[in-house]
Design a protein around this ligand. Structure first.
Ligand code: OFO
Length: 165
C-alpha cells in the first residue's frame, strides 16, 4: 500500500510523462513539416517511449492500492528555431525529468517505502541513458555545419534503430 505522499508524487509523475510524450510529438510534427524525416522518426519513437513510461506509473499506482489520475495537459510549444534549439530543449527537459525522478526516490526514502524505491530505480537508470543519448546528439550537432544537417538527419534515424529497446 502506498503512503499518501508517495501516491501523490507518483500521480504527479504520470502528468510529467504524459507531457513528455506530448512535447516529443510536437517536436516530431515540427521536424516532419520542416523536412527532417529522420529526426521526426526519432521523436515519434521517443514520444511512444514516454507514453509507455506514463503507463508504467499508472499501472504501478493502481496495483499498489492508489488511484491513478489521467491529467489534463498544457499545450507544448509549436514552433522551434532549428534542430539545435529542439535538442537543447530536449536536454533541458530530460534533466528536469531526472530531477523529478530523484525527488521520488527522496520521498520513498523519507517514507521508508523500499519497494517503490526499488521499482523507481529502473527510471533512475533510464534517465542516465536518456541524458547520455541526447548529449551525444548535441555533440554531433556541434561538430557539423549547416550543410551537413541532411546527413545528420539520416544518421539520427539509424541511431534510433540501433538504440531501440
Ligand atoms: Fe524521458 O523518460 Fe520518461 O521518464
Amino acid at each position: 500500500m502506498l503512503s499518501q505522499n508517495v501516491e501523490n508524487i507518483l500521480v504527479a509523475q504520470i502528468e510529467k510523462e504524459a507531457y513528455s510524450s506530448s512535447l516529443y510529438l510536437s517536436m516530431a510534427s515540427w521536424a516532419e513539416v520542416n523536412g527532417f524525416e529522420g529526426t521526426a522518426q526519432w521523436f515519434y519513437a521517443q514520444a511512444e517511449e514516454e507514453h509507455q513510461h506514463m503507463l508504467k506509473f499508472l499501472a504501478f499506482v493502481n496495483e499498489r492500492g492508489g488511484k491513478a489520475i489521467i491529467p489534463a495537459l498544457n499545450q507544448p510549444p509549436v514552433d522551434y528555431k532549428d534542430i539545435r534549439d529542439i535538442f537543447t530543449q530536449v536536454f533541458e527537459h530530460e534533466k528536469y525529468i531526472s530531477q523529478s525522478i530523484n525527488n521520488i526516490v527522496g520521498v520513498c526514502m523519507e517514507e521508508k517505502d523500499f519497494s517503490t524505491n526499488n521499482w523507481i530505480q529502473w527510471f533512475v537508470n533510464e534517465q542516465i541513458e536518456e541524458e547520455k543519448s541526447v548529449r551525444g546528439i548535441i555533440d554531433k550537432l556541434n561538430l557539423i555545419g549547416a550543410h551537413s544537417l541532411y546527413l545528420f538527419d539520416k544518421d539520427i534515424m539509424s541511431m534510433r534503430a540501433t538504440a531501440a529497446k
